[in-house]
Ligand binder design. Structure first.
Ligand SMILES: *Cc1c(COP(=O)(O)O)cnc(C)c1O
Length: 205
């Protein structure tokens, strides 16, 4: 942190608990973690009942959100980090629950990656700001996977530049293997699973 010229309180750690049981969320909460990331609406719906009494916890949706899951997601998550179209934003807005959202930005050429292209940002930001139930706070990205964290750095730098251009307060970037580079490049939120909990269990929860 100090090496990156950042203060500890500048960076929020979201514990990524996908594929782990609700018990793991409770345990992590007991140890002081307050932000949790989940990728699958259906999976978290089943775990939510066991953790919804943790009223000081903030649950972030960090997976790909299909329109038909928007309503369910809005009911169990506080922050949707992966809004990537005006259509999805309007769908979330129409549910009527106040929601914090971030825009997922696609910075790589990989076909499989979700997210809005950088050139789509001005129109998408306008569309989200026109939604009275949505509070747009930042940008999120996921670089192509590489075990070399330095390969992620240019993507983090690019997201930080876009954040400055568009006046975004938050940047959600960096995972277990590249969180240091992300913090050095200005992450305000890191999403960490494996480094906290070990290798994820396989199969359905
Ligand atoms: C799973 C996941 C993470 C956490 O990955 P780890 O390598 O386990 O830290 C972070 N962000 C997103 C979007 C994920 O899907």
């Amino acid at each position: 942190m100090a090496r990156a010229g950042r203060k500890r309180c500048d960076v929020t750690l979201a514990a990524v608990t996908k594929k782990f049981s609700a018990g793991v969320i409770r345990e992590a909460h007991g140890l002081g973690l307050r932000h949790f990331g989940e990728n699958y609406v259906q999976e978290f719906e089943t775990k939510h009942a066991a953790v919804k009494d943790l009223t000081d916890a903030t649950f972030h949706f960090i997976g790909h959100l299909q329109g038909n899951k928007a309503r369910a997601a809005a009911q169990i998550f506080h922050v949707i980090e992966t809004v990537d179209s005006a259509k999805l934003a309007r769908r979330l807005n129409d549910i009527g629950t106040p929601l914090e959202v971030m825009i997922e930005v696609k910075l790589s050429e990989e076909e499989s990656k979700a997210g809005a292209a950088p050139e789509e940002l001005p129109a998408l930001i306008d569309a989200i700001r026109a939604c009275p139930n949505l509070l747009l706070t930042g940008l999120m990205t996921m670089p192509p996977w590489s075990d070399d964290a330095e390969k992620s750095r240019p993507y983090f730098r690019r997201l930080a530049a876009l954040g400055r251009t568009h006046g975004m307060e938050k940047l959600s970037m960096g995972m277990s293997h590249d969180l240091e580079a992300a913090i050095e490049e200005g992450a305000t939120h890191i999403r960490v699973g494996t480094a906290l909990f070990g290798v994820r269990p396989q199969g359905p929860v």
